[in-house]
Ligand binder design. Structure first.
Ligand SMILES: C[S@@+](CC[C@H](N)C(=O)[O-])C[C@H]1O[C@@H](n2cnc3c(N)ncnc32)[C@H](O)[C@@H]1O
Length: 222
C-alpha cells in the first residue's frame, strides 16, 4: 500500500491512501481532529468508578491517538490498558516522517512515539508504569474482544464509502458486548445509517459538534 505523507491545516501530518482516495485524518487538522473527538469528547468524558481505564482503538494507523492519550494521562495518572487493532501496520520509513513528536507537547514524546511503534505486536507492553499498550495485528472482525471490558472505544476506521465492511451491525454488536455499562464509543462518522446501526445494537447515540471542517461527530453510550 503506497502511503503519502500530507500536511494538514493545523500543521500536523496525515497519510493519504491513493487506492481508496482517503486520508487517515481530517485535512483540516489531524491533531486537532483527534484531540477533539477522542480526547475531549472521549477520554475526558468517561465516568470511572476506579482510577483505571480500558481503551479499545479500532484502526491504530499512525499511533496518533495512543500518543495523545498517553500525553493526556500525564495529567491524570490513570492505569490505562490500551488495546489497538490494526491489520496493516504503517511502515517504519513512513512513520519516521511524521511530525507528531514536537507538536503534541511533551519533552519525551519522541521517545514515547518511538516506543509506541517499536513495541512488539500481539504482546502487552508497559510504556510506563501507568500505561499498557497492546497492539493487535489483525482485523477487528476476526479477533476476540471479550465481554464487559472496555470503558472507551476509539472507532477510527476508514469511511463507510471507502470500507463499508467496517460499519456493520455484526462489528458494532461485538464492540458493544466488549464494553462496560456507561462506556463510550467515539467516531468521526455522523452518517444516519451508522447511527441507526449503533442504536439497533443497544447504544444510546448522540451527535456532538465536530472539529473545524466537520459539523457533527458521534458519541454512543452503552
Ligand atoms: C482512518 S485510518 C486510522 C487512523 C488512526 N487511528 C491514526 O490516528 O492514524 C483507518 C485505519 O483502520 C485500519 N483498518 C482497516 N481495516 C481494519 C480492520 N478490519 N480492523 C481494524 N483496523 C482496520 C487501517 O489499516 C487504518 O490504519
Amino acid at each position: 500500500m503506497e502511503l503519502q505523507v500530507v500536511k494538514t491545516e493545523d500543521g500536523s501530518h496525515t497519510l493519504f491512501v491513493p487506492e481508496i482516495n482517503e486520508h487517515y485524518h481530517s485535512i483540516n487538522g489531524a491533531i486537532q481532529e483527534s484531540r477533539h473527538i477522542f480526547i475531549e469528547n472521549g477520554f475526558k468524558s468517561v465516568q470511572l468508578k476506579k482510577p483505571e481505564m480500558s481503551i479499545l482503538e479500532v484502526g491504530f494507523g499512525t499511533g496518533l491517538n495512543a500518543l495523545l492519550t498517553f500525553k493526556e494521562n500525564e495529567n491524570r495518572h490513570l492505569k490505562i490498558r490500551y488495546v489497538a487493532v490494526e491489520p496493516k501496520p504503517v511502515e517504519d520509513e513512513v512513520l519516521a516522517q511524521l511530525n507528531y513528536p514536537g507538536l503534541v507537547g511533551s519533552c519525551d514524546e519522541r521517545v514515547v512515539f518511538f516506543k509506541i511503534h517499536k513495541t512488539p505486536w500481539d504482546f502487552p507492553y508497559y510504556l510506563n508504569e501507568e500505561f499498557i499498550l497492546f497492539k493487535v495485528n489483525g482485523l477487528v472482525q476476526e479477533i476476540a474482544l471479550g465481554e464487559n471490558k472496555f470503558n472507551l472505544v476509539y472507532y477510527d476506521a476508514f469511511s463507510p464509502e471507502a470500507q463499508p465492511e467496517m460499519w456493520t451491525e455484526d462489528i458494532f454488536q461485538k464492540i458493544f458486548n466488549s464494553m462496560i455499562t456507561n462506556g463510550l464509543l467515539l467516531t468521526y462518522c455522523a452518517k444516519g445509517e451508522v447511527k441507526r446501526i449503533l442504536k439497533r445494537v443497544g447504544f444510546t447515540v448522540e451527535g456532538l459538534p465536530g472539529p473545524p471542517g466537520k459539523r457533527e461527530i458521534t458519541r454512543a453510550v452503552k
